[in-house]
Structure formats: structure tokens, C-alpha cells
Design a binder for this molecule. Structure first.
Ligand code: URA
Ligand code: URA
Length: 243
């Protein structure tokens, strides 16, 4: 016969009481509950405030960040876009790739890195032993700059809070910054990508590896060797940390 609700509750309470008294006997007099309760308000101001300690707000989920972005009109790129390219992949990814901004095909499909540069990125991922849906991929700007021009400072500034929130929500073990704009935006530095690449940095306490952008590699295949060195360092880091 199925248990009644009262019986189930009674057993759950008894089990909880047993666990708590066992903890108490071990000297635990305070429990730390991770702030993922949906009861707490979402952290708005400084998402980094909640990454380490206790606080009375929780990280937004990727869906909540996307919802806040809405039909964004925060910069001029809104006028020329077909679709917002928010990002895609595994919300629990250990590895996140950040590119520059959507191109034509990304704008049409609303997905990052689905054009020629994306196919090269997928081959790089494959060589690393990853499928696309095991990692998370997004861009500094979420709307296509006209004629694929570089994103401007005001456009990057308007979009950056969303990238920050995405990375705070994902909390990956490693971030790969693809190309100059991702690396310079995340590191708040103007150092050329040729000098940044191959060297570990940190973004909000998360190890960050800058490397060349796949679109650059399509024009300069000789750079692939460097990118592969950088990805080997990333793989080594992920393997070492999970030991
Ligand atoms: N280049 C980028 O930086 N991002 C994309 O999504 C596609 C091409
Ligand atoms: N210039 C860029 O913007 N990105 C690269 O990866 C290389 C050169």
C-alpha cells in the first residue's frame, strides 16, 4: 500500500533529525547552505560578490540572464541584427569559449560559431576530445556588427554585463578567450593578442587562456600551431585539476 503523505513526512523528519544530531555530535553547530535557493533574489549589482562567500542573493541562471537581455536595444547593433546570439552549450561546462561577436550565419541562426570559423572551432574542440555540447560558447557582443566590423567600445560596454553574468553563472574551470576582443575585454588590457596568447591569466579567479581567433586562423593557418599549444595547456590544466 502506498505510504500516506503524513507517513512520508514523518520518516523524512526522523531522517533529518538523525542526520542533524549526528552532525551535532561531530561538533557541527552551523550549516552552510549553498545559495542556489530560488527563494533568494538574484544578484544584480556585482555578480562577483557572491562567487566566494555567503550573501543574500543568488547567481542568475543562464535563462534568467537571457530573459533580462530581452529584445535588447542597449546599443546601435540592435538595428542591424536578425537574431541575438546569446550563447549555447552546456550550462555546467568546465570549459567556456568566448569569441568576439556573431557573423552573418550566426546572426541568421541565433547561434554562436556556426559559420566557417565555427567549423574550425569544432575541429579544434574535436582534437581536444570535446563535443560542442560539452562546452559553452558565447561572444563579447551578442549582436552582429554591420559588415562584420570590429565591435566598438560603447557596444562592448553595453553588452559586457551580460557576458560577466554568464561567466559568473557558468563558473567554468577554464575560460578560453578567442582573439583580441575577448582577451582584451575580459582582461581589461590593451596588450596585443600575439603577446597575450599562450599565457595563463585570470578572470574573476577563473584561469583564462587567450588564444588566436579561429577566423584569424582561416586567414593565417600558420597560427594553428600556436593555438594547438595553447589548447594543450588548457587540456593539461583540466586534467591536473580533476585529479
Ligand atoms: N566569430 C565570433 O567571434 N563569434 C561567432 O559567433 C562567430 C564568428
Ligand atoms: N587579431 C585578432 O583580432 N584576433 C586574433 O586572434 C589575431 C589577430
Amino acid at each position: 500500500m502506498p505510504q500516506s503523505f503524513d507517513q512520508t513526512m514523518h520518516e523524512m523528519l526522523a531522517q533529518t533529525r538523525a542526520v542533524l544530531s549526528e552532525l551535532k555530535s561531530l561538533g557541527v553547530d552551523e550549516l552552510y547552505l549553498e545559495n542556489d535557493s530560488t527563494e533568494l533574489p538574484v544578484c544584480r549589482e556585482e555578480v562577483s560578490q557572491c562567487q566566494t562567500g555567503r550573501c543574500d542573493c543568488r547567481m542568475p541562471s543562464l535563462e534568467e540572464i537571457r530573459a533580462e537581455l530581452g529584445e535588447c536595444q542597449r546599443c546601435g547593433l540592435a538595428r542591424g541584427r536578425t537574431n541575438i546570439v546569446f550563447g549555447s552549450g552546456n550550462p555546467h561546462a568546465e570549459l567556456v569559449f568566448v569569441g568576439e561577436g556573431p557573423g552573418r550565419e550566426e546572426d541568421e541562426k541565433g547561434l554562436p560559431f556556426v559559420g566557417e570559423a565555427g567549423r574550425l572551432l569544432e575541429r579544434i574542440l574535436f582534437a581536444m576530445g570535446f563535443q560542442r555540447d560539452q562546452v559553452y560558447i558565447c561572444n563579447v557582443v551578442k549582436c552582429r556588427p554591420p559588415q562584420n566590423r570590429n565591435p566598438q567600445a560603447d557596444e562592448i560596454a553595453a553588452c559586457e554585463p551580460f557576458l560577466k553574468q554568464q561567466l559568473a553563472s557558468l563558473k567554468p574551470r577554464v575560460i578560453v578567450a578567442l582573439g583580441k576582443f575577448a582577451a582584451q575585454t575580459l582582461l581589461q588590457q590593451e596588450t596585443p593578442i600575439s603577446r597575450l596568447r599562450g599565457h595563463w591569466s585570470e578572470y574573476e579567479g577563473i584561469p583564462l587562456m587567450p588564444t588566436y581567433h579561429p577566423a584569424y586562423l582561416l586567414r593565417n593557418p600558420a597560427g594553428k600551431r600556436d593555438v594547438w599549444e595553447d589548447m594543450k595547456a588548457v587540456m593539461l590544466h583540466l586534467a591536473e585539476e580533476s585529479k
